[in-house]
Design a binder for this molecule. Structure first.
Ligand code: SER
Length: 885
């Protein structure tokens, strides 16, 4: 008897042997289909290959595809645990031909695998074909040798498979296994076909068409094949059990749950154990693919699945959170086939533990309320919508959890009443924001938030995705189309574009569709989660409801991620070097550089900056993985994660950790741990290098550092080096000798300047023979000079010295600066000041120079004037004044 792992590899090996490329399962969040909530069939990842839009290097493929059918169009959630074959998560085995082989080879391969490799007896098998597909019926007859009684023609859509309202489709043919007469149920197409006797094990779809719209169906470029075989079903058949939950994989998971709770899987408890096992798989795989619990969209489907399982853990009487304790068993069973499960094991464990810890706080009280509200109800009764809403709103009970809780008692829930209560709450919220005085341009975002909910952000996992246009806004108003050349905002149901927040700038990139091309120049986040893409329409028009392919500017985003991660490293390094008073005051993470403001009272000096850089680069060199977890805000802060003071956080936060501290008290633990919604590198090595380029003041007590990473840092350093080399070349020394040479040059210059000043002074004093030029005016010794190139501040010293050498007399010095302006200083020896005032004399000089006034004392006064060419007139004016006195 084969185990699930063996069956899976037998399938993939068989098709590999027959020329098929084994392709890894695509993620549960479809990148290439905007209409799907989760990947729900093997062909989803190949949708565009069938239609010819995408080319792959192979024409045959085989996969084991992870699928989730919960939320969205296919929703099996309600049935899981109570039936033999419903799952929220399952694996679909499939082989595919993209325009290569068609019906005959597909039937031949399927028949060989089922009868030879799997060894199922031919007389236990029968097939269905689409009623009009005579060709398929003939092929089954020829290849499998089945008689007409075993080839059942089905006229309904059961045998015409379509991915959705649009997309690839075609007639299909299904293989059924007959569990034998002892089991109730009729063959397919019969009134009691839903019994357990005849079980469909494999669906072969003869992909021939593409449904482009409701009315139009076109041929695919070439007929193709898509097959799907539920792994759990075929395992049940091969293991001789009738219930999927009895296959080896589920038995192992249920055993773990039995051991952890001490409650055997018997009687009424069986369903709880099955639900736990199924939901454990769905939750873990969703978390591994980047979905985290939230209150909207995919995250809410995950939350519903998790909480449903958690209620059943409660029913089993689990004293502590249960689900996270079962993760090791799941990883043991499925980790080899799906390495992403191993990689995400700690994230899965922590996310489950957090959710269950929190939900248990309200679960018991909520169930108490539910009991109270339904005590008078009996089978056929209905719980009022108000109470269901209160359970949802206050106690965190998803509607389907309440329904599930009442199912055993045959009590329904008034879902209309629930919807009314929900609508009333929304109306209250609306009244709040419409009265909040937001600018009219902003109210459009609130309206969209309410109508559409938050945009699903896919950008942590991918930079490309498909999406549907859910709103177009131009000049603050919703519109139906944006024409070629127009600018506006586009809202989508999901997006890989990061909306500016937390200091990280918004993404840019391209949006394309049929005849549509938009350039996204920025992305913003509005009204609590509506992502708006600011676009210019290069080719249009783009219409509401259009499907578009999105592609974020990869190179730019890569640089942003490196800069964001580097910001976290610098933050921690700054705290280590400067002290824990350092708190983030603001940051800007752009593709070109990062800017980080911190509280710190004084300049950060060079050795400190150097140490900060060294510490941050040491973590980069570790090339350590960057991990993201979802945590309760209080727990995160308690565990030491850095949060921004005054920032508003939800109940749960993303916590980004990177590196291992090698020194200090945190040695051995995570180096940087921060609450952060931004996008980061996968490993610190991707940052390459961080280099601080600037440090300065922003305001009192706040310093700003700026840094570069990766190629930008390298380029900056290369430029600096080139400049240094240029300097060395100019100085004609080696780079190593530049510092010494420059120091010598500076010294030399200082010495030369001093010598020059002395020489000028000497020159101004008439080469030391001032006495020669002394004249007498009205019995007073008089000496005057025009001193070119002497700064006015130096004139006073000269005048003083000259006064001394005259012993008694009047001195006038006019200095003319390089700017052509003049300064004049007049000195009068003390014996003369009783009758001659320097202040009077300097005023005459100043007037001659085109200036006004001047000032000083009777023995020394100074003034200036704009016109240095009048220096001699100034001296003459003083002379005249002196002779008149
Ligand atoms: N797409 C088909 C299905 O989901 C066959 O793989 O059943």
């Amino acid at each position: 008897m084969s185990g699930v792992n063996e069956i899976r590899s037998t399938f993939l090996d068989f098709f590999a042997k027959n020329g098929h490329e084994p392709v890894a399962s695509s993620p549960l969040v479809p990148r290439n289909d905007p209409t799907l909530m989760f990947t729900n069939a093997g062909m989803v990842q190949f949708k565009n290959v069938f239609t010819g839009l995408e080319k792959r290097p192979y024409v045959r493929a085989a996969t084991s595809q992870k699928c989730v059918r919960a939320g969205g169009k296919h929703n099996d959630l309600d049935n899981v645990g109570y039936t033999a074959r419903h799952h929220t998560f399952f694996e679909m085995l499939g082989n595919f031909s993209f325009g290569d082989y068609f019906k005959d080879r597909a039937i031949e391969l399927a028949w060989t695998l089922v009868t030879r490799e799997f060894g199922l007896p031919k007389d236990k098998l029968l097939v269905t074909v689409y009623s009009e597909d005579e060709e398929a019926a003939a092929l089954w007859k020829k290849i499998a040798g089945l008689g007409d009684d075993r080839i059942i023609r089905i006229a309904t859509s059961d045998n015409f498979w379509a991915m959705g309202d649009t997309g690839p489709c075609g007639p299909c043919s299904e293989i059924f296994f007959d569990h034998g007469e002892g089991i109730p149920g009729g063959p397919p197409g019969s009134p009691d076909e839903d019994g357990d006797r005849f079980i469909e094990i494999w669906n072969l779809v003869f992909m021939q068409y593409e449904q482009v719209s409701k009315a139009e169906r076109i041929n695919l470029p070439r007929p193709s094949i898509d097959t799907g075989m539920g792994l759990e079903r075929i395992a049940a058949v091969l293991q001789g059990v009738h219930n999927n939950y009895e296959i080896d994989l589920f038995r192992a998971l249920i055993r773990a749950s039995v051991e952890a709770t001490g409650v055997p899987a018997e009687g009424a408890q069986t369903a709880s154990h099955r639900i736990i096992a199924d939901h454990l798989r769905a939750s873990s795989f969703l978390i591994a693919d980047g979905v985290l619990p939230s209150n909207e969209g995919r995250g809410y489907v995950l939350r519903r699945i998790m909480r449903r399982a958690m209620r059943h853990a409660h029913i089993l009487g689990a004293a502590d959170p249960l689900l996270h304790r079962l993760v090791p068993a799941l990883v043991r069973e499925m980790g080899q086939a799906y390495p992403e499960l191993v990689r995400a094991e700690s994230l899965i464990t922590e996310t489950l533990r957090l959710e269950e810890t929190r939900f248990r706080r309200t679960l018991a009280r909520g169930l108490g309320l539910l009991d109270e509200a339904t005590q008078d109800l009996s089978a056929g009764g209905r719980l009022d919508g108000e109470t269901a809403f209160r359970l949802y709103d206050t106690y965190g009970f998803p509607l389907d959890l309440t329904q599930d809780a009442l199912k055993a008692r045959g009590i329904a829930v008034d879902t209309d009443g629930f919807a009314v209560a929900m609508e009333r709450q929304k109306a209250e919220a609306r009244a709040n924001w419409s009265g909040s005085g937001e600018a009219a341009t902003e109210t459009v975002w609130f309206a969209l938030r309410e109508k559409l909910g938050a945009t699903e952000f896919l950008g942590y996992e991918t930079e490309t995705a498909e999406a549907v246009v859910t709103a177009l806004v131009q000049d603050g108003r919703q519109v139906e189309t944006l024409e070629t050349g127009a600018s506006g905002a586009v809202v989508l149901n999901q997006t890989p574009f990061y909306g500016e927040s937390g200091g990280q700038v918004g993404d840019t990139g391209i949006m394309t569709g049929a005849g549509v091309r938009l350039r996204v120049t920025d992305t913003q986040k509005k009204a609590d989660g509506v992502f708006i893409h600011i676009v210019t329409v290069e080719e249009g028009p783009v219409r509401l409801g259009d499907a578009v392919e999105l592609s974020v500017d990869h190179d730019r985003r890569g640089r942003i991620r490196a800069n964001h991660s580097a910001t976290h490293l610098l933050h921690e390094a700054l705290r280590t070097v400067l002290g824990t008073h350092v708190a983030q005051k603001g940051s800007l993470v752009s593709p070109d550089r990062l800017r980080f403001d911190i509280s710190h009272p004084k300049p950060i000096v060079e050795p400190e900056l150097d140490e900060v850089e060294r510490l941050a680069n040491a973590i980069i060199l570790q090339d350590a993985p960057v991990t993201t977890r979802l945590m309760a805000v209080d727990d995160a802060i308690e565990s030491g994660a850095m949060a921004l003071f005054g920032e508003k956080y939800g109940d749960e936060v993303r916590v980004v950790a990177m590196g291992t501290a090698l020194e200090g008290e945190k040695a051995g633990r995570a180096y940087s741990v921060e609450l952060c919604g931004g996008t980061h590198v996968g490993r610190t090595g991707e940052i390459g290098l961080v280099h601080l380029v600037n440090e300065g003041a922003v305001s009192a007590g706040v310093r700003r550092v700026e840094a570069l990473t990766g190629a930008a840092a390298r380029q900056h350093l290369a430029e600096q080096e080139r400049r240094l080399k240029d300097v060395a070349a100019t100085l004609k020394v080696s780079v190593a000798d530049v510092v010494e040479r420059v120091a010598t040059l500076v010294d030399d210059r200082r010495r030369l300047e001093r010598e020059l000043a002395d020489a000028r002074k000497k020159l101004a004093m008439g080469g030391g023979k001032a006495a020669d030029a002394v004249r007498e005016i009205g019995g007073v010794k008089f000496l005057a000079r025009v001193a070119e190139g002497i700064a006015p501040k130096d004139l006073k010293g000269l005048v003083d010295e000259t006064k001394k050498s005259l012993v008694s007399g009047v001195v006038v010095m006019v200095g003319v600066g390089e700017d052509g302006k003049a300064g004049v200083v007049v000195g009068v020896t003390d014996d003369l000041t009783s009758r001659i005032s320097a202040v009077d004399l300097v005023r005459h000089a100043s007037e001659a120079l085109g200036g006004k006034g001047g000032g000083g004392r009777p023995d020394m006064a100074q003034a200036g004037g704009p016109d240095g060419t009048k220096a001699n007139e100034a001296i003459a004016a003083v002379e005249a004044a002196l002779s008149a006195s």
